[in-house]
Design a protein around this ligand. Structure first.
Ligand SMILES: Nc1ncnc2c1ncn2[C@@H]1O[C@H](COP(=O)(O)OP(=O)(O)OP(=O)(O)O)[C@@H](O)[C@H]1O
Length: 346
């Protein structure tokens, strides 16, 4: 099933939350919507679920118009399920009843599941998929955060939706559990073969799980691409900074050579996107820089902070007022106050 978002605009009063958004979710694809707080991620998901209507534009699900400014097909008539950040469980239903309820009231449940025995088998199956086969009679109040999120995943996949919408499903879990659940969600994607639209502000989650990432900023799409394209070839300064935490240097490009704006330093192209070149920028991620105490670089600065990160040290170097972030292996140590040169690792 393909879902298309065509020239979508969404206004709340005079505030425009989405600005001419165009996007296609391919059949079976895992698409992450990545962006900072308030950029419009949840609004986009709510439009797809049918909880909001667009101010302008069209949403097409499975080649049918699901929403325009004039007509919106309600959530229960779309073959779509949603998983919420807050789990959204019903306090009076046990685990098994949550899944049962979703299957009973989901209009698209296949005829096979309408038969009681088949429905019971399907409930057993999904509880097994999410690892809750022993917890069927537990009430939500008797479950941990991770188990609650597993219930909401089971409830969402039970009716076999073709599009699964996930709104920051892991953000209420602790760091270790989040990493574990990333694997679970990927497994679930393989098993269900549903298209997944996964909203997150965590770049690690998006890079780890998605087939493609849509980076949003202030209601607009900045870039769409595979995790590798987004990380290695950011097209805009925002994507370079938000996803790769890149340092941006201003200068001029002459073919494949970059000349720094203030000092006579030239750098060869290490895969900078054409769009950044057109803006006369050179992006270097923290791990693409080394520091030097010799005079091999004229871009000189002073180490202002040094933080131990386990596998590396992270330094901030002040270069004429610009803060350059650099990650160095443990054996390349510098001290706060030390004068250093910035050198790309080619
Ligand atoms: N019902 C509403 N009425 C008015 N403004 C709204 C409404 N819903 C969302 N907004 C505004 O639209 C913008 C986008 O909100 P949205 O919830 O989509 O952002 P988000 O990217 O999901 O953020 P977060 O990561 O913090 O959840 C925000 O500025 C928000 O304040």
């Amino acid at each position: 099933m393909t879902t298309s978002i065509i020239h979508i605009n969404k206004k709340f009063g005079s505030f425009q939350a989405l600005k001419d958004v165009n996007l296609t979710v391919k059949d079976g694809e895992f698409l992450a919507i990545l962006g900072p707080s308030g950029c419009g991620k949840t609004t986009l998901l709510r439009l797809l679920a049918g909880f909001e209507s667009p101010t302008d534009g069209t949403i097409q699900i499975d080649n049918k118009k699901a929403a325009t400014a004039k007509k919106v097909i309600p959530p229960e008539r779309r073959n779509v399920s949603m998983v919420f950040q807050s789990f959204a469980l019903w306090p009076h239903l046990n685990v098994r009843e949550h899944v049962q309820f979703a299957m009973k009231y989901h209009r698209f449940v296949g005829p096979a599941f309408k038969e009681k025995k088949k429905a019971e088998e399907r409930i057993d199956e999904v509880l097994k998929i999410v690892g809750l086969e022993q917890f069927g009679s537990r009430m939500p109040g008797e479950l941990s955060g991770g188990q609650k999120q597993r219930v909401s995943l089971a409830r969402a996949i039970a009716p076999e939706p073709q599009l699964l919408l996930m709104d920051e499903p892991l953000s209420n879990l602790d760091a270790e559990l989040r990493i574990e659940m990333r694997h679970e969600i990927q497994k679930l994607h393989r098993l269900t073969k549903a298209s997944i639209l996964y909203v997150t502000h965590d770049q690690g989650e998006a890079l780890a799980m998605a087939d493609r990432i849509v980076v949003m900023n202030a209601g607009k799409i900045e870039q769409i691409g595979t995790p590798e394209q987004i990380y290695n070839q950011p097209k805009t300064p925002f994507v370079a900074k938000f996803v790769g935490k890149a340092n941006l240097f201003e200068g001029t490009w002459d073919g494949s050579t970059f000349m720094h704006k203030n000092v006579s330093v030239t750098w060869e192209d290490c895969g900078i996107s054409e769009n950044l070149k057109e803006q006369n920028l050179y992006a270097l991620r923290p791990e693409q820089i080394r520091l030097s105490t010799s005079d091999e670089s004229q871009i000189r600065g002073t180490v202002v902070t040094k933080q131990f990160q386990g596998k590396e040290y992270q330094y901030v170097v002040d270069v004429s007022g610009q803060e350059i972030v650099v990650d160095l292996p443990l054996h390349e140590q510098f001290e706060i106050g030390e004068g250093v040169g910035i050198v790309p690792r080619m």
